[in-house]
Design a protein around this ligand. Structure first.
Ligand SMILES: [Zn+2]
Length: 730
């Protein structure tokens, strides 16, 4: 109750006793909306989240399991009981199940990896034995290889640069990489490009084991047997079903031959625990690993290659399994053909109490509370579509197939897609389309943080400032890693991703330890942040659903995009300086003179100079765009007729689509958005203005200049679009 009063108090302060209108609403409708939001908040109940998590995380439920299907059916029945028109849409997707996993050290000593996490006291879910999914990386290819081992740190591009300096090649070898530092799928992708024939990924205790805190069951961190499962599909090329790129995996869809599927890895890859990694790493010799590469194991980290040799054998049962998406609709009273979408996945690697159930129960509680209001006659003006996706874990498959299936209709009807996934205690993280930033910031200013009772926005800003940031509320840019990807990056639909975290550290991610007891002890024991998430996402959903004018703000968008361009220009300059310095050091023999003469280090050679790039077309276009946006924002919307507003909304809904190009990004046409994409060599990590940025990072100067042209055209089209709207409203 205290929390509610505080919320109301904050609302009153922030809105000047509701005289000031909220973004997108007239002052009259602002009051109505705030009343509705108050009823919604009062309706949220933490007990439901707790109860539903216990039910849905009771057994393992990866895609294709019986329990997963039971969950989907139960979610559907819940939505129906809340008044939603609900269906299950099923796709037939390729999903590999491991049938043989062998990893052994064959020389100079012998060790057979156990590849099994142990049950722990106080957590009966970890003792379900064969019901638990064996630890593996989905979409590793089958393979049977034996070779010398090389330690490659995190296995990211800069680690291979370091290896090259040391004169070490991974060609024909098996690499062992630490889990963090990049999205896991990048490790086998890069290793294969460098000529390795196998890849092992292990969780170093320094990253999420005893180096961080007590291990499970005493604490939240990874014990010596815990293994992170996860997909290694080449998602930066395209996510979703590997056999049906760009179209839906329906029963009768034409499918690629598995050997032709470009997103399955080229070499076998297996994740292991630090207990299993220790004998392998101990058996390495050769160069001692650079200081920054050393982890938390009680050994001297060597790189090899060898003398350790390992044998890795993996076989999978490659079969089609059904992926069940639950789609629940509450029809809008005024604009039924304008949809506000809200989604979270329901499949997990094992029990998935945190990932994804903690986010799913928040979504369900929002839907229930909104359903209650609708039953009392307070229905949304626009249609709400709630989705519980299947097969997110193996590669965003359920949502991708659904978006590919309905792409045309979605591009006509969807106002925005709001995503959540695992949730915990701490600070609001919000990412997405920057035209939505102002509205999200306004909502975050009204939601109360359950621990400190200030707004979740103030708490976020406090954390930013303490960590060296400034005092503004900003959305981060979306890379990949959850179900927003097909919406924003493929269909060009404005999207958000929301979640709380930062005070819920642990090592349970994708292991058998992500269970209800673990969640209750270490994540969000009272589900206070579950309710805060339902509150934040629910208010955003309701504002988008009821706004008189769709709440987009392009001046904040413009300043963010301009910053991205400045960043790229600055980075190009520092690359230039570095190359000049490097070449000078090569001429002066500095590398050799600075090295220990008793150690073998390959002297580097001169690098190609960085040419001057002409960014002016982009800079000029951003100036023009700034003027256009200023003119658009000067329109007095209060004087517009109902018909003009309807017309305006129809066009605002599609504004984000103007930022895509049908041709897509170089070498990955599935990714159409020109502002945000997951990095080709970072995976989940975002690359903003990706066409230009990645060409420069890869030192492909011809492509950089081409991509500047393409992006300039994107800005030009966007400019024309906003200008036309403005002119038509005058
Ligand atoms: Zn997840």
């Amino acid at each position: 109750m205290k929390q509610l009063l505080t919320t109301l108090f904050l609302l009153l302060i922030l809105n000047g006793y509701s005289q000031k209108s909220i973004i997108g609403f007239s002052s009259e409708n602002t009051n109505k909306q705030l009343q509705l939001e108050k009823s919604f908040e009062e309706n949220l109940n933490a007990t439901n989240l707790d109860k539903w998590m216990q039910k849905m995380a009771a057994e393992p439920h990866w895609v294709g399991t019986e329990f997963g299907e039971e969950n989907a059916k139960w979610i559907k029945s819940q939505f129906e009981s809340w008044g939603y028109d609900t269906k299950i849409e099923t796709y037939q997707i390729l999903f590999p199940y491991p049938t043989e996993r062998v990893l052994e050290l064959t020389g100079p000593t012998q060790y057979k990896a156990k590849l099994t996490a142990v049950p722990v006291e106080g957590d009966p879910f970890t003792a379900q034995g064969d019901a638990l999914l064996p630890s593996y990386n989905a979409f590793s290819t089958d393979g049977d290889v034996e070779a010398e081992l090389v330690f490659v740190n995190y296995g990211i591009p800069k680690d291979y640069e370091e290896l090259e300096k040391l004169g070490i090649s991974v060609k024909g070898k098996i690499v062992i990489a630490k889990y963090q530092g990049s999205w896991r799928g990048i490790k086998p992708k890069l290793a294969a490009e460098k000529g390795a024939i196998g890849c092992i990924i292990y969780s170093d205790p320094e990253d999420d084991g005893y180096g961080q805190g007590d291990v499970y069951p005493k604490g939240a961190y990874k014990n010596k047997t815990g293994v992170q499962r996860g997909s290694v599909m080449d998602m930066p090329t395209y996510p979703g079903d590997v056999l049906t790129p760009g179209y839906a995996a329906t029963k009768d869809a034409k499918r690629l031959d598995r050997k032709d599927a470009p997103t399955i890895t080229k070499i076998p890859v297996l994740p292991i625990s630090y207990e299993d990694a220790l004998p392998l790493l101990s058996a390495l010799d050769g160069n001692v690993a650079p200081e920054s590469w050393r982890g938390g194991l009680p050994i001297t980290y060597h790189i090899g290659p060898g003398p350790a040799t390992v044998h890795l054998k993996l076989t999978f049962d490659w079969k089609l399994v059904p992926a069940h998406n639950v789609i629940a609709t509450l029809k809008g009273t005024e604009f039924p053909d304008q949809w506000v979408m809200r989604g979270n996945h329901h499949d997990a690697w094992v029990h998935g109490a945190n990932d994804p159930i903690s986010g799913l129960v928040a979504l369900m509680e929002e839907a229930r509370a909104i359903g209650e209001l609708a039953k009392k006659g307070q229905k949304p003006k626009r249609t709400l579509v709630f989705c519980a996706w299947d097969a997110e874990e193996p590669g965003l498959i359920g949502s991708t197939e659904w978006v590919e299936d309905h792409k045309k209709e979605l591009q006509e009807k969807v106002v925005a897609y709001i995503n959540t996934d695992g949730n915990g205690r701490g600070f609001l993280g919000a990412g997405g389309s920057h035209s939505l930033q102002a509205m999200v910031s306004e909502v975050a200013g009204t939601v109360v943080d359950p621990q400190t009772k200030v707004s979740v926005k103030d708490r976020r800003i406090a954390a930013n400032m303490v960590n060296g940031g400034d005092d503004s509320f900003e959305l981060y840019a979306l890379g990949s890693g959850s179900d927003y990807t097909p919406f924003i990056q493929h269909a060009g639909i404005a999207a958000l991703n929301l979640g709380f975290g930062g005070e819920n550290g642990g090592g349970e991610y994708h292991t058998i330890y992500d269970t209800y007891p673990h969640y209750k002890r270490f994540k969000d024991p009272e589900f206070g942040y579950g309710v805060a998430l339902a509150n934040t996402a629910g208010l955003i959903t309701l504002r988008l659903a009821n706004a008189d004018i769709i709440p987009l703000n392009f001046s904040q968008w413009h300043s963010t995009i301009s910053n991205y361009l400045t960043e790229i220009i600055d980075e190009t300059e520092s690359m230039r300086k570095e190359v000049l310095k490097h070449n000078k050091m090569v001429s002066q023999n500095s590398y050799t003179l600075a090295a220990d003469p008793t150690k073998k280090v390959k002297a580097p050679t001169k690098k190609e100079l960085i040419p001057y790039i002409d960014f002016s077309p982009l800079q000029n276009e951003l100036v023009t765009l700034n003027e256009t946006i200023a003119a658009f924002e000067k329109i007095n919307t209060a004087s517009l007729s109902k018909k003009s507003i309807e017309e305006l909304n129809k066009r605002l809904m599609k504004a984000e689509q103007m930022l895509t190009s049908e041709k897509g990004l170089p070498r990955r046409p599935w990714f159409k958005h020109q502002i945000y994409a997951p990095g080709f060599y970072t995976g989940y990590g975002v690359k903003t203005l990706p066409g230009v940025r990645e060409a420069i990072e890869q030192e492909n100067w011809v492509e950089a200049q081409e991509q500047i042209k393409i992006l300039t055209n994107t800005f030009k089209n966007f400019n024309t679009y906003i200008k036309d709207i403005t002119n038509d409203l005058k």
